[in-house]
Design a protein around this ligand. Structure first.
Ligand code: MG
Length: 198
């Protein structure tokens, strides 16, 4: 059993109306270019303006976020059996905090893009390993995007792709695929206790 499981946030723990197409259009980011990296390469004034705009949009979107089916029960189950839980996201701290406050998630450690180099850089995952004094093989990283799986691989941890109920998907070479969280949680923590999800 893994001693710790770290999750991506958007598309992995929450569904939000965060629409990358709209973000890209409003920030004038070319198709295929990663948002944070594109903004980082702009001249300082334009960069500062657009990063502020991005953060405003992210915080706004976070207000409309919904927890993905089974997440609350899964996280409670991990807490019960002593599996540590973290979040590592490319989202900003303000938007992430808004989600944590809204759902009161039992998450022990959270790293946002203000805290660590953004995925696919393994920096954030290495910080979890160091903080929790774990070997890479003792940790799983779960995400729904290419950068998540690449990040996990570069950190040397096992990776799981969250498929969100899709029949056809690219798992980006992840070690595991998670179809639904209740089944996944039961495999790790045993039968789930009923939890009144809000
Ligand atoms: Mg994601």
């Amino acid at each position: 059993m893994w001693k710790a499981i770290v999750f991506d946030m958007d598309g992995t723990l929450i569904d939000s109306p965060l629409c990358f197409r709209t973000l890209r259009e409003r920030l004038d980011i070319p198709d295929g270019a990663p948002i944070l990296e594109h903004l980082a390469a702009l001249d300082p004034e334009e960069r500062a303006f657009k990063e502020r705009l991005l953060e405003e949009m992210e915080v706004g979107y976070a207000g409309g976020a919904k927890l993905i089916e089974g997440v609350q029960e899964m996280l409670q189950a991990f807490r019960t059996v002593g599996v540590r839980v973290g979040i590592f996201t490319r989202n900003c701290k303000a938007a992430t905090q808004r989600v944590l406050d809204a759902f009161d998630l039992p998450v022990e450690m959270v790293l946002t893009r203000e805290d660590a180099l953004p995925k696919p850089d393994p920096d954030g995952l290495l910080r979890f390993l160091e903080a929790w004094k774990l070997e890479p093989k003792e940790m799983l990283f779960v995400g729904d995007f290419r950068f998540d799986i690449e990040c996990g691989r570069r950190a040397g941890v096992e990776t799981a792709f969250y498929a969100d109920g899709a029949q056809e998907y690219d798992d980006f070479g992840a070690d595991h695929v998670i179809a639904d969280y209740r089944t996944f949680a039961q495999q790790i923590a045993g039968p789930l206790s009923p939890y009144a999800s809000s």
